[in-house]
Design a protein around this ligand. Sequence first.
Ligand SMILES: Cc1cc2nc3c(=O)[nH]c(=O)nc-3n(C[C@H](O)[C@H](O)[C@H](O)COP(=O)(O)O)c2cc1C
Length: 314
Amino acid sequence: MQDVTDLAFWKLIAGYGGPDVYFTEYFRVTTGYRPRREILRSIIENPTGRPAVAQIIGNDPEWMVRTARSLELHPVAAIDLNLGCPAPVVYRKCAGGGLLRDPGRVDALLGALREGIAGRFTVKTRLGFSNPQEFDRLLGIFSRHRLDMLTVHARTVTEKYGPRVHHDRVADAVRALPFPVVANGDVSSSDDAVRVLGATGARGLMIGRGAIRNPWIFRQIRDRLAGRQPDLPSGRDVLAYIGALYELGGTNGAPERARVQRMKKFTGFIGEGISQDFLHAIRRVSTGREFFDTCRQALDHDRPMPLAPVSGQG
Ligand SMILES: Cc1cc2nc3c(=O)[nH]c(=O)nc-3n(C[C@H](O)[C@H](O)[C@H](O)COP(=O)(O)O)c2cc1C
């Protein structure tokens, strides 16, 4: 995830169990593009012991293929094409989710990438631009291109991060496609994982915000699938996790105010699993001391923390 799941974050969550596969932040490919060094570092210095997939986003077939090929010179498990980003700066330029408005262009880009990529080629998509029924046509296109895997974030672009996730459409993809399908969207607990895997028949799950909110989630899911009762972290465990995230921001000598601002991004997600009061309070802090006082007030206890969104938002 952009500006979140960098090398340092990968290293941190690997210590909590981590996922089976890591995806980079996307490389935003435009004409003349050279892969950004900071993102490349996640691949070259991958500290997780697990495979890394390089994600690219853009619409220029020639430069997308060139970039994919140059990324394949590094230890990547696959090249993944992003067809889902709903940020206006991206989709208005017909990249990410914006490409879903033009299925013919998606078809051509997939053809070029499949031909140009020597190793595994995977796609991460939403269901369509504005209507989940658009997915029918996309499935026809995906099935023609010998993908190695498709991850489906089961919302349209215009639904952004809204309340509804159309897992029934992931089940349609599983039935229609000859390659593995992974389900994505609102998996926040091991209960969600079991429910979504059961409802979709997907081969696996991609977890985004749930991993920021609850880095224990991967271990919890593994335990649950192995028939063991998952452990929940305590408030103090969550406090220690927030402390570790704060330390990540210290490695490049950033001033305190910038570190607190960056932490607010993380606690915006983590706070959804704590309380509305915490979310309100943390928005108002400006110093490191205020930040940690607020965290301690909410988390300095030994009660178990499910860390799923408390009011259904997110
Ligand atoms: C801050 C942020 C950054 C994201 N960046 C990316 C990205 O670079 N590539 C991508 O495929 N998805 C990105 N996403 C989308 C997530 O991967 C995921 O599809 C979405 O959040 C739904 O899954 P979740 O409910 O597990 O978070 C991002 C989401 C957020 C909130």
